[in-house]
Design a protein around this ligand. Structure first.
Ligand SMILES: [Zn+2]
Ligand SMILES: [Zn+2]
Length: 409
């Protein structure tokens, strides 16, 4: 059997998140974790891992193409070249991350990482595939210098694992390590919206770049996490696309070239904050996500577990699944993520997503056991469900939101 063992990253990192949660409980710091935020963070991470299945190969070929066509040197793996690659990678990360905060074109994808008002291991999962693509552009300097793509892939894997451990409030300051490495304390500052902490500590592994280029701040007062203007929603789609929408409106409204240039290459502050408020009024009305029923919480909890397990299985058996199977299962997970975000906010259109999910599940089973009989049975079932769509939908909502209805009555 030929498995993709990278799949085990899913249970290992989920296990570490749970460990952090229980350590928080033991030290009476359970307030560091909120249900909605943790689910939203994990869902963003699931989507990114899923997209990785399709993009990792493309990124590798991109590096390969630059290496074979344009590389300046031909660097061989060796102790000193590994160290050199690590230092250059960390340096490039610093500038990628700095651009991610100071240039709207990059902020529009990096913003997702900073939306959580919590700060724990689950926040490290808040990376999007668009951000990975932006980062890939910066990484392209590595094969251009002459580092072989195989070396780059291994180093990026190690380099990408480190920041997971800096997203925690359970570790205080770490003595002399604070002078050289990015520690949880440094990264807490980076995720804060306190005025003196804004645009600080961009480093990934080494903190020396921030000290060299004037963007370092020490953690002194208690950080307040999240964006300066927090999101009022856990919607999966809103989290991913709100700033892109804001940029599109700002671009359209700009009367001259300077305004358009600033919308794309300027700072996030250059976007009029009234645009977000207008969009929120239009798209996030009837948003009452603070009321959650027991059944709703259980449903969301199980749905997240199912998404995590499905993701693990898809990656593990990647080489045995056809493209159609991966796309069907991937769509099932994506729709689950959208449904979960909408469920937190008690949206009334999610039964439609449940119906689509059911059809995708049936299609996946059909792809495994393709037969005329099964196909006819599933088609019959999908049609029958459509006939009872309204009744089933009402039952579903009364199960999921019943206590909310009682509270609001
Ligand atoms: Zn950042
Ligand atoms: Zn972070």
């Amino acid at each position: 059997m030929h498995f993709n063992y990278l799949a085990f990253a899913v249970p290992v990192f989920t296990g570490l998140m749970l460990l952090e949660y229980y350590a928080g409980l033991r030290t009476q710091k359970e307030y560091l974790f909120s249900f909605d935020e943790a689910v939203a963070n994990i869902n963003v991470g699931i989507a990114e891992r899923l997209c990785d299945l399709f993009t990792t190969g493309a990124f590798f070929y991109f590096f390969q193409w630059i290496y074979s066509e344009f590389s300046i040197f031909q660097i061989q793996p060796g102790f000193s070249t590994w160290i050199l690659l690590f230092i250059i990678t960390d340096f490039v990360w610093y500038w990628y991350h700095r651009a991610g905060h100071r240039v709207n074109l990059f902020w529009c994808v990096h913003v997702v990482h900073h939306q959580s008002t919590d700060f724990n291991f689950t926040v490290s999962a808040r990376i999007t595939v668009l951000q990975a693509a932006g980062r890939c552009l910066f990484w392209s300097v590595l094969p251009l210098i002459g580092f072989p793509p195989e070396m780059i892939t291994i180093l990026l894997l190690i380099h990408g694992t480190y920041p997971f451990f800096t997203h925690t409030q359970l570790i205080g300051k770490l003595g002399w390590l604070e002078y050289i490495f990015v520690t949880p304390s440094h990264h807490r500052v980076h995720h804060s919206s306190n005025p003196q902490y804004l645009d600080k500590n961009y480093g990934d592994v080494l903190i020396i770049w921030d000290k060299l280029f004037g963007s370092f701040a020490e953690e002194k007062e208690k950080p307040v996490y999240g964006l300066t203007k927090p999101l009022k929603s856990h919607s999966f789609l809103w989290q991913h696309f709100h700033f892109i929408l804001e940029m599109a409106i700002s671009f359209k409204k700009s009367r001259n070239l300077k305004g358009r240039w600033n919308t794309i290459f300027g700072k996030p502050d250059d976007i009029d904050p009234r645009i977000r408020s207008g969009l929120e009024r239009k798209l996030l009305k009837n948003n009452h996500h603070s009321l959650q029923t027991i059944s709703q919480k259980n449903f969301i909890r199980w749905q997240t577990i199912v998404s995590l397990v499905s993701l693990f299985l898809i990656i593990l058996f990647e080489y045995y699944l056809s493209t159609a199977m991966i796309i069907t299962a991937g769509l099932f997970i994506f729709i689950s993520l959208i449904a979960t975000g909408a469920m937190i906010e008690q949206r009334r259109w999610i039964f439609f997503l449940e119906y689509i999910r059911f059809c995708l599940l049936g299609s996946f089973i059909f792809l495994i056991y393709p037969s005329y009989n099964l196909g006819s049975f599933l088609l019959g079932l999908f049609t029958a469900l459509l006939l009872f769509y309204k009744t089933l939908g009402n039952r579903y909502y009364s199960y999921l939101y019943q206590e909310v209805d009682k509270q609001s009555n």
